[in-house]
Design a protein around this ligand. Structure first.
Ligand SMILES: Cc1cc2nc3c(=O)[nH]c(=O)nc-3n(C[C@H](O)[C@H](O)[C@H](O)COP(=O)(O)O)c2cc1C
Length: 194
């Protein structure tokens, strides 16, 4: 099934494309690791196969944005239990709050999705009571465009350009593992003992 490194590279690219476009894909919600040893689940919003860049959305005030800033190592871990495939990736991440990519992502988001960015206080802020952090007036409703104006400044995209891919396939007849290094346009693949 996976006999060549080219087949593996194609599987990785197809899996990440599918993960971004299909919310039912098990790889739609990768684990995202930062250099401060913290990990969290995020939704993969887009994968640009040409430049091997993943786009995710987040609150600009969240601790991960502080950790990543304009450029820092980021790991993305994907798992498809039915296919028995794990894809570990590493790259350089950057946070953008302004510019064409962030603007387009904001424009494409639904008002429900945008509502998250109305939270009063940064993600992780301590509270005396259980809270969504949202102003009471938008709790449980779809805010209109005017109500969402203050949310825009809290919205950020996380862009991760992948430089290392580590693919593992668990198979009865013997597991298979391959690693690709070098980054977009210069991938060099090697088989690896699983
Ligand atoms: C299924 C699922 C999807 C999530 N998607 C996102 C997301 O797309 N962006 C995001 O910032 N947080 C997302 N979260 C919340 C994060 O896991 C995390 O709790 C939050 O971003 C705060 O992370 P930080 O303290 O490391 O900044 C998601 C959580 C779950 C369980």
């Amino acid at each position: 099934m996976f006999e060549t490194l080219d087949q593996v590279a194609e599987d990785i690219a197809k899996s990440l494309s599918e993960a971004a476009s299909n919310r039912r894909s098990p790889m739609h919600t990768p684990v995202v690791g930062t250099a401060d040893a913290d990990v969290r689940i995020m939704v993969l919003r887009a994968f640009d196969r040409k430049c091997w860049t993943c786009r995710l959305h987040t609150d600009a005030r969240s601790p991960k944005c502080e950790a990543i800033g304009k450029g820092a190592p980021v790991g993305l871990l994907f798992h498809d239990p039915d296919a028995k495939i794990q894809i570990r990736t590493k790259g350089i991440g950057r946070i953008e709050t302004q510019g064409p990519v962030a603007d387009a992502a904001w424009e494409a988001a639904s008002n429900y999705a945008r509502r998250c960015y109305l939270a009063q206080g940064a993600p992780g802020t301590l509270s005396e009571e259980a809270t969504s952090g949202l102003p009471a007036v938008v709790e449980g409703i779809k805010p209109d465009d005017e109500q969402l104006v203050p949310a825009r400044e809290n919205f950020a995209v996380l862009l991760v350009e992948l430089h290392t891919l580590d693919w593992l396939w668990l198979a009865h007849n013997g597991h298979r593992r391959a690693r690709f290094t070098g980054g977009p346009g210069e991938w060099a693949g090697r088989w690896v003992v699983p």
